[in-house]
Design a protein around this ligand. Structure first.
Ligand SMILES: Cc1ncc(COP(=O)(O)O)c(C=O)c1O
Length: 406
């Protein structure tokens, strides 16, 4: 953050400030007229902007322009990938008609227990309402999923698996999965592979073709673009059944009038993000390592969750458990000191849930509840890190007293 009185923002994984070039592009485009599907001059102008943006995004993400399907963000792209690919590959009817058991049909969806809710709840819904059989892969204590574990699960009955979905990088603990190895395992058995690269795309080079994935989710607002726009990158031949029906936009895979200003700004932000990545990664990694040092100096019994700093951890992610604290209470105490961070876990109807990610990594309920995520991004500075270091000890002491008094 720039000025000394501004709040300290350590929640870039939730959303990161829009980049100035993206704001400028979007503002300019908001003043323009035209539906990209219209045939007249105004429509053709808007279409040109959309197609140039598609090309720019394809270049950034190592894809072909025709592989980019615009959506309203990461949640929609995840829903389209997992539901659409399940529906496209599910097999039913024939096997049952010939007397085979229902479980012989192809209806398995393989995913991990540490996915974002956009995948987690889509898969749960497919299991509850669409006869899918969900198979959950658990990570190790570091949050990483092993390719051999995926192989063992698929090999049990490869013909029954419709789709595999494993996130590229975890939004809570920053674990970076071995995506291309996982995709290769799925392909050994002819199973399509989807990855949610929402968190990875902001901080790591994400190359769709090199990853081997058949489908990949990205979103605008984690990389300095606007909220409400994203894309599912879809390899040729991957043909999910649409979730939205309507005007047939985006090759009939995702109907709905395209949001030209948001698409333009998304592309501009992604390009800026890619262009500045090498310098930014080094800068943010060093800030993150300093943050870890300062947190452990202030609270020596804090536990860093997720992989150790290195290639298996997102550069901007630091996630800790603070023994004896409730994460929510600590978050509010830090907020009162002008520091914004996150528990990283879901809050259902106002009731704090322990993080499903930490529980899947083997943490007990208390450790899962007593955790906070600090995430850094393109506007972070050492002032943000130092500000946390200054107030953390006192906030933890207070949160511990509050928890003990309950
Ligand atoms: C890993 C991951 N997937 C999906 C999403 C959802 O993306 P959106 O906010 O664009 O719907 C998020 C947002 O936090 C995320 O972190």
């Amino acid at each position: 953050m720039s000025s000394d009185s501004s709040p300290v923002y350590l929640d870039h994984a939730a959303t990161t400030p829009m980049r100035p070039e993206a704001i400028a592009a979007m503002t300019e485009e908001l003043g323009q007229l035209g539906n990209p599907s219209s045939l007249h001059a105004a429509g053709r102008r808007a279409r040109r902007v959309v197609e140039e943006s598609r090309e720019q995004l394809a270049e950034v993400f190592g894809a072909r322009p025709s592989e980019i399907v615009f959506t309203s963000g990461g949640t929609e792209a995840d829903n389209l990938a997992v539901k659409g690919m399940y529906w496209a590959r599910r097999e039913h009817g024939a096997r049952r008609e010939h007397g085979a058991r229902r479980s012989d049909a192809r209806r398995r969806v393989v995913t991990t227990s540490v996915e974002h809710h956009a995948i987690l709840d889509s898969v749960r819904w497919l299991a509850e309402a669409q006869e899918a059989e969900a198979v959950w892969l658990d990570p190790g204590a570091d949050g990483l999923v092993q390719p051999d574990a995926l192989r063992a699960v698929i090999a049990q009955a490869p013909e029954q698996v419709t789709v595999v979905s494993v996130m590229w990088a975890n939004n809570e603990v920053g674990a970076v999965q071995p995506v291309s190895e996982l995709a290769a395992v799925a392909h050994e058995y002819g199973v399509p592979f989807h990855t949610d690269a929402v968190q990875a795309a902001a901080q790591l080079p994400v190359d769709f073709a090199a990853s081997g994935a058949d489908a990949l989710t990205v979103t605008g607002h984690k990389l300095g673009g606007p909220v409400g726009v994203g894309a599912l990158i879809l390899a040729r031949g991957a043909a999910p059944v649409p979730v939205l029906h309507g005007g047939g936009q985006e090759r009939d895979i995702r109907s709905g009038t395209l949001d030209t200003p948001a698409i333009r700004a998304f592309a501009v932000a992604a390009e800026a993000c890619a262009r500045k990545r090498a310098d930014e990664t080094e800068r943010v990694t060093s800030l993150r390592d300093d943050l870890i040092r300062q947190v452990l100096a202030a609270v020596p019994d804090a536990v860093l969750n997720g992989p150790p700093p290195g290639p298996a951890r997102l550069p901007g992610n630091a996630h800790f458990s603070f023994p004896g604290c409730e994460g929510d209470a600590l978050l509010m105490l830090l907020d009162a000191n002008g520091i914004a961070c996150s528990t990283g876990s879901a809050c259902t109807a106002g009731v704090a849930e322990p993080s499903h990610v930490l529980l899947a990594m083997g943490a007990d309920d208390a450790r899962a509840r007593g955790s906070l995520r600090f995430s850094l991004g393109h506007t972070s500075t050492s002032r943000d890190v130092d500000a946390l270091g200054l107030v953390l000890r006192d906030a933890v002491d207070r949160a511990r007293r509050a928890a003990a008094a309950r």
